[in-house]
Design a protein around this ligand. Structure first.
Ligand code: SF4
Ligand code: SF4
Length: 662
């Protein structure tokens, strides 16, 4: 098999294809997006035969579609980030009761930090809430192995299975031996088999199903506790191999190791924290004069909790330190274990502040906390600091790093800048008791919150801007309430909000920032573009027609880069009583080529800096000129995209369109 350097997410695509997956669907969301894109690339290259891959309109649509394929007996992979699972949760809660036929795996990537998310929610918690098994890899290699095992577990028990990596696992790269060419497992003869008693979720079916779920979770917990090695070494199982042994081989993802004899101290870790702890233990062993005996358990199957394996691990221990990111899921399980079995060990972790209560763990942090747990002497702490820069370093020893803060801003040439600027200028003549409220949404345009635009007052979740604006309009009649939503988010979660505004006649203006792509997650297509991952071009869904169909009576379209046109459209829509909409059109710079930068007429420029204070384009700055007392505006041509928006911002006409943009 050829060796390939793959990111964790790319490896997931290969693992799912190796497992014979037929349908892969999701909605873009960092850190999970590369899975669908990798499957699409392999499919486009003819290396993934018989596979259907798509970006669905949103996560709920994706999961329901994958479930349909599973009902026909095919294997399906759903992908989303942690909050995407919230959107799909309605389907997940019910489909678990119905049960699956073809293997159904949910790849849900968590984001400790958070690095690119609104919350630090923990999908392991969601799994136990939904009563769905979850696997938690500590390395990309384990992630690859878990995908294949998850499909097998899913079919073994007729249950959906969640595989939940965190950002570092999704984005870390390593070498894999992968087949490189794949074919989907054929859909069973006859396909979907009609059976009301299974596929139609009446209450009586739900009651019966709840019992079945409880029973299978008990059996799965027992499989998860099967001694390590029953199914081969952790991380080495080939996806699709050994279907018979699959259910009993799941214990491979939980491991116990002991250092020394008569250990009284135990360390537990899950997910990427297990990798950090392993590294920290190696460092400590090398640097510290004497470490006490200890036992280490990695939990790769947090739910249902492998109680038998944990009991075996905890035998004779007096203190246990738990490392995990996001929630205290494993810590809770060990506390329950101690209570249920009247065991004498104490549990330390997030709940008593022994480990970080939020954000990401690290090898350095684990090193310092293990030092304290092991009660290393001061000299040993210093020694381990030398090699690892662990947090057991004294303040004075730590290197002073104070990098300058550079907050994220909209790109130079971004059409959203023009849209926000036009709306704000259109509102200048409006004299209300309170300033207009700008309800933002999830996408690049959340960056419109930064000064000088300051045009995002709220941001909650996908689609919420449109409905939040309605709530504000309901209790503050007369105050202008505007909602800003991107084109992809509009299709994903905006339509019901618009329908609600029309139905209840809320006086809001919806600004659709149409840059023809899903920009923030890497420029994926969506229903408004019509481009599909199967290589075909479907009929793009027209946003204006969609708004008309939903009953919005006042709709304007405007070029986001044409200031006067955009401002006029915004003013007219804002003045309209009742739900109105403006579609601001302008391609994302990821889809366009730069044009010639405007020029600044030094004789006309007064150095007032009004242009920069209006739109804050990162290509604009103030610079010294010979013979001029005040700095004048200048444009950094290496950053400028030539959108010409700045031309409209100078009251003295000092900024002139570039030569090719007359
Ligand atoms: S270009 Fe115009 S707005 Fe900008 S600093 Fe010069 S005079 Fe002021
Ligand atoms: S033309 Fe003006 S607003 Fe547009 S990218 Fe260049 S400097 Fe920025």
């Amino acid at each position: 098999m050829p060796k390939q350097l793959l990111m964790g997410n790319e490896a997931v695509a290969h693992a799912a294809l190796a497992a014979g997956v037929s349908v892969v669907a999701g909605y873009p969301g960092t850190p999970s997006s590369d899975v669908v894109e990798t499957v699409a690339k392999l499919h486009a290259a003819g290396l993934a035969q018989g596979v259907h891959v798509e970006w669905s309109t949103n996560e709920k649509a994706a999961l329901e579609l994958v479930f349909g394929a599973s009902a026909s007996g095919a294997r399906g992979l759903f992908t989303a980030k942690q909050m995407g699972l919230n959107v799909a949760s309605d389907a997940l809660m019910s489909l678990n009761y119905v049960g699956v036929r073809g293997g159904l795996v949910l790849y849900v990537a968590d984001d400790p930090g958070p690095i690119s998310s609104q919350t630090e929610q923990d999908t392991r918690r969601f799994a136990s809430f939904a009563k769905v098994p979850v696997l938690d890899p500590s390395t990309p290699e384990e992630l690859y192995a878990m995908i294949g095992s998850a499909f097998e577990l899913s079919e073994c028990y007729g249950t959906p299975v969640i595989v939940r990596p965190t950002t570092r696992i999704c984005h870390a790269s390593t070498f894999f031996d992968v087949p490189g060419t794949y074919a989907a497992r054929p859909t069973p003869e006859g396909g979907f088999e009609k059976d009301d008693s299974q596929w139609v979720i009446f209450p009586s079916r739900s009651f019966r199903a709840h019992g079945e779920i409880n029973e299978r979770l008990t059996a799965i917990a027992s499989d998860f506790s099967a001694p390590e090695g029953d199914g081969g070494e952790m991380g080495q199982a080939a996806p699709g191999d050994g279907e018979e042994a699959a259910c009993s081989a799941m214990g491979q993802f939980n491991s116990v190791a002991q250092e020394g004899t008569e250990a009284k101290l135990g360390i537990v870790a899950g997910g990427v924290s297990a990798a950090y702890v392993r590294e920290a233990l190696v460092l400590l062993k090398a640097e510290c004069s004497e470490l006490p005996s200890y036992r280490f358990m990695q939990v790769g199957t947090p739910y249902p909790f492998p109680e038998e394996a944990a009991l075996h691990f905890a035998e004779g221990l007096e203190r246990i330190l738990v490392f995990e990111e996001l929630d205290y899921v494993l810590e809770d399980e060990f506390l329950k274990l101690a209570g249920k079995h009247h065991l004498p060990f104490a549990v330390h972790g997030k709940l008593d502040g022994s480990t970080l209560t939020r954000g990401e763990n690290s090898t350095e942090d684990a090193c310092g906390r293990l030092c304290s747990f092991f009660a290393c002497n001061e000299d040993d702490k210093k020694a381990c600091c030398t090699s690892s820069e662990a947090s057991c370093c004294t303040e004075a020893d730590a290197p002073a790093i104070d990098p300058p803060v550079r907050p994220p801003v909209l790109c130079a040439g971004c059409p959203h800048r023009g849209s926000f600027y036009a709306v704000k200028e259109a509102l200048r003549s409006y004299r209300g008791k309170h300033k207009a409220v700008f309800c933002g949404d999830i996408g690049c345009y959340t960056l419109g919150n930064a000064k000088p635009l300051a045009a995002v007052d709220t941001c909650l979740c996908m689609g919420a801007g449109i409905t939040m604006a309605q709530g504000i309009a309901a209790v503050e009649p007369g105050r202008k309430a505007l909602a800003f939503i991107g084109d992809s988010t509009f299709f994903a979660s905006g339509l019901t909000g618009v329908a609600n505004a029309v139905y209840n006649n809320h006086d809001i203006t919806v600004c659709i920032l149409d840059n023809s792509t899903t920009a923030m997650t890497g420029s994926q297509p969506h229903p408004g573009t019509g481009a599909t991952l199967m290589g075909g071009q479907s009929k793009p869904i027209n946003i204006e027609e969609t708004l008309q169909a939903l009953g919005v009576q006042y709709i304007k379209r405007a070029n986001a880069f044409n200031f006067m046109e955009a401002k006029t459209a915004a003013k007219q829509a804002i003045d309209f009583e009742g739900p109105s909409a403006v579609i601001f059109e302008g391609p994302c710079i990821q889809l366009s080529k730069p044009s010639t930068a405007p020029t600044v007429d030094d004789q006309a420029c007064t150095g007032c800096s009004g242009c920069i204070k209006s739109i804050g384009c990162p290509a604009m700055s103030m610079g010294e000129r010979e013979g001029r007392e005040k700095p004048l505006m200048e444009i950094n041509e290496s950053l400028c995209w030539g959108c010409n928006l700045c031309v409209a911002t100078c009251p003295f006409g000092a900024i002139r369109k570039g030569a090719n943009n007359a």
